[in-house]
Design a protein around this ligand. Structure first.
Ligand SMILES: Nc1ncnc2c1ncn2[C@@H]1O[C@H](COP(=O)(O)OP(=O)(O)O)[C@@H](O)[C@H]1O
Ligand SMILES: [Mg+2]
Length: 223
């Protein structure tokens, strides 16, 4: 069984505008996949549909055995919160909140008890090497640090699937390397990772490389 199975996904905005054009893709648990392609080729749209942030116009998506189709919003919210960790180029942290509060947020939404929340936040901040910034307001961190906070937040509910949309797009090469090393570790730990990137160097670190063009997958190679 595949952890993600996309069947003939299509997303149309206007007549003749296919953001996605009949994309089928099966992903096994634990795969580390990169997606590259020119701007506008449909990378974010595919990631957002897999991440249940957008609905396709046509086609089917299975997450595990579950057909994500006509699912109630409350069920979608639970899958998003429990099964998927999201990492975006622009972090989406709450700048006024401490690092701790930002990482704790998904646990509050999931209704996890205070003591366990603390354990898990500390564990995830340790993973991204930010325990020393725990009380700092997010807005006072560097870009690289903010992205590591957002990774800790993505991991805190122990999701099986990590979706990252150009996570290093705003970072210098040292910070990019820090983030890519975290992905290497997550891959070794068995997470399923999909990384959208403009950088060939980053894409090459994945074990399966997908290239998109005009809303379609044009190459799909496994190392
Ligand atoms: N909300 C939207 N309304 C209209 N067109 C959109 C919208 N979102 C994306 N598109 C179009 O869908 C195509 C794919 O976009 P996207 O997935 O963001 O590309 P990428 O991430 O590869 O740069 C583009 O042609 C884009 O203009
Ligand atoms: Mg994009």
């Amino acid at each position: 069984m595949h952890i993600i199975n996309c069947r003939h996904l299509t997303k149309i905005y206007a007549p003749d505008t296919h953001a996605l054009n009949d994309v089928s893709l099966k992903i096994n648990k634990g795969e580390y996949i990169s997606i590259t392609g020119k701007s506008g080729s449909g990378k974010s749209m595919l990631l957002n549909i897999i991440g249940l942030l957008e609905a396709p116009t046509d086609g089917e998506l299975y997450v595990g055995e579950t057909l994500v189709h006509n699912m109630k919003e409350s069920q979608l919210t639970t899958i998003r919160n429990q099964e998927i960790g999201y990492i975006f180029q622009s972090f989406f942290l709450d700048g006024a909140y401490s690092v701790y509060k930002n990482v704790e947020m998904p646990l509050l939404i999931a209704g996890v008890k205070r003591r366990e929340r603390k354990e898990r936040v500390l564990e995830c901040l340790h993973k991204v090497d930010l325990l020393d910034k725990i009380h700092t307001q997010a807005k006072n961190l560097s870009g690289g640090q903010q992205q590591r906070v957002s990774i800790a937040r993505a991991l805190v509910n122990t999701p099986n699937i990590i979706l990252a949309d150009e996570p290093c797009g705003n970072l210098d090469s040292q910070n990019t390397e820090n983030i890519m090393k975290i992905f290497d570790t997550l891959h070794r730990e068995g997470k399923t990772i999909i990384l959208v990137t403009h950088s060939q160097e980053e894409a090459d670190r994945a074990y399966r490389k997908i290239q998109m063009k005009d809303g379609k997958i044009i190459t799909d190679e496994t190392k």
